[in-house]
Design a protein around this ligand. Structure first.
Ligand code: HEM
Length: 448
């Protein structure tokens, strides 16, 4: 009895500090287009090649038991089990993000979580932060639009969001962005319907995904990339590493890469979904990162979170273990449950035939110049792309967007916060700002 009760007391591990509520599925990725001129990644080397993968979808702000149908970005984290080790694309269902400097992330997330005193969600904090961080406007417009609440996890696109680098066998690189396009079509929920579902079935999205796959109705996405020549980054009309911006598809059209199909449910939620660890730093030869400041911060944050949440040996768990041979000189640590390298040599370099570093897969050299300093972005056009998005919407879409924002901002207690935010909407498009002001019973401030 003591053993049983003691184990029971230890059943919980820390939930993810963000993206705590999620659902996962296994599947495969199949290459449909030869892009070997751009990347030497072995899993993309041949049309028809299939690679097993695992995906975890999630909401961002809520806790592990929170409702699925809330207005929030959705996490879209894909793990490819390639023959060169694992490759993770840890993206969202939106192509941009609220901030573009990693140091702001904990502050931003504090505003999305609970007030330190009331333990309630806090619209004052949300809009205070956004109104003081105008770079958030593009993502706020997406979040408050119809796309803010997907109908199911199957009916939304996925994006790598950041700029990454592909390198080919000759060592030549290109900048790329990933787009997963749903084959089910995009479908969303209105705020009213979503609120009703959240009350009746908080696990609606989780259940839908599981049931679809169980019934053999396998959801699929086509993967595309936008490709930018390296030298274009110096002259493009905005910083192409700024994650609050999208690249125009007129400048860099979508190029098909392959197709992802989800065809198998996890056998055990804890072992496969809760213990899954995705990191933007889990890369394979032929794929690299970019100078995007957010991405650079994320390269540290994820593996650190995994060591805290799952343990130093999280990569040995079946869901995280590469399906190819992996050699390292890492040994010991809590819950080292495999053979721990046995009696083999545990240092490098050595004279005993142990695995040696593979230099051919080191990042290709690239020129760096200028002064290194902790600087902000010097590019301040937060408004053009948010305004373009507004102008692309039909009148019905604009009505719902304005209604969603007005409902979300109404509980904000301070008019100065509301007015500052209205100023940003106005700068994106005067009609956009004016309609929000009217909905809140306020005047657009003079100085905008
Ligand atoms: C999860 C940090 C930005 C997508 C997480 C986790 C941390 C984190 C610590 C929990 C990891 C775990 O416990 O396994 C950060 C930081 C960011 C950032 C510091 C900015 C500097 C982003 C962006 C995206 C994103 C821009 C999407 C483009 C995700 C996803 C998950 C996640 C999908 C859930 C992964 C899973 O399903 O296990 N993030 N994040 N994050 N993040 Fe971020």
């Amino acid at each position: 009895m003591l053993e049983k009760l003691a184990h029971f007391n230890r059943e919980r591990v820390p939930e993810r500090v963000v993206h705590a509520k999620g659902a996962g599925a296994h599947g495969y990725f199949e290459v449909t287009n030869d892009l070997t001129q751009y990347t030497k990644a072995a899993f993309l080397s041949e049309v028809g090649k299939k690679t097993p993968m695992f995906i975890r979808f999630s909401t961002v702000a809520g806790e592990l038991g929170s409702a699925d149908t809330v207005r929030d970005p959705r996490g879209f984290a894909v793990k490819f089990y390639t023959e060169e080790g694992n490759y993770d694309i840890v993206g969202n269902n939106t192509p941009v993000f609220f901030i573009r400097d990693a140091i702001k992330f904990p502050d931003f997330i504090h505003t999305q979580k609970r007030n330190p005193q009331t333990h309630l969600k806090d619209p004052n904090a949300v809009w205070d932060f956004w109104s003081l961080s105008p770079e958030a406007l593009h993502q706020v417009t997406i979040l408050m639009s119809d796309r803010g609440i997907p109908a199911t996890l199957r009916h939304m696109h996925g994006f790598g969001s950041h700029t990454f680098k592909w390198t080919n066998a000759e060592g030549d690189g290109v900048w790329i962005k990933y787009h997963f396009k749903t084959e089910q079509g995009v479908k969303n929920l209105t705020a009213d319907v979503a609120a009703k579902i959240a009350g009746e079935n908080p696990d609606y999205h989780t259940e839908d995904l599981f049931n679809a796959i169980e019934a053999g109705d396998f959801p699929a996405w086509k993967l595309f990339v936008q490709i930018m020549p390296l030298e274009d980054a110096n002259t493009y009309r905005f910083d192409p590493f700024d994650v609050t911006k999208v690249w125009s598809q007129k400048d860099y059209p979508l190029i098909e890469v392959g197709r992802m199909v989800l065809d198998r449910n996890p056998e055990n939620y804890f072992a496969e979904v809760e213990q899954a660890t995705f990191s933007p730093g889990t890369l394979v030869p032929g794929v690299d990162v970019s100078p995007d400041k957010m991405l650079q911060g994320r390269l540290f944050a994820y593996a650190d979170a995994h060591r805290y949440r799952v343990g130093a040996n999280h990569n040995h768990l079946p869901i995280n273990r590469a399906k190819s041979e992996v050699n390292s000189y890492q040994r010991d640590g809590q819950m080292r449950f495999d053979g721990n390298g046995g009696k083999s040599v545990n240092y490098e370099p050595n004279s005993f035939g142990g695995p040696t570093e593979v230099n051919e897969h080191k990042q290709a050299a690239f020129p760096v110049s200028g002064v290194a300093e902790n600087v902000g972005y010097d590019h301040h056009d937060h408004y053009t792309q948010a305004g373009d998005l507004y102008r692309l919407m039909s009148e019905e879409e604009r009505e719902r967007l304005v209604a969603n924002i007005v409902a979300a901002m109404k509980p904000v207690q301070r008019d100065d916060i509301k007015l500052r935010q209205i100023g940003h909407f106005y700068k994106a498009d005067p009609e956009y700002g004016t309609r929000i002001a009217q909905g809140l019973g306020l005047q657009v401030p003079q100085e905008v």
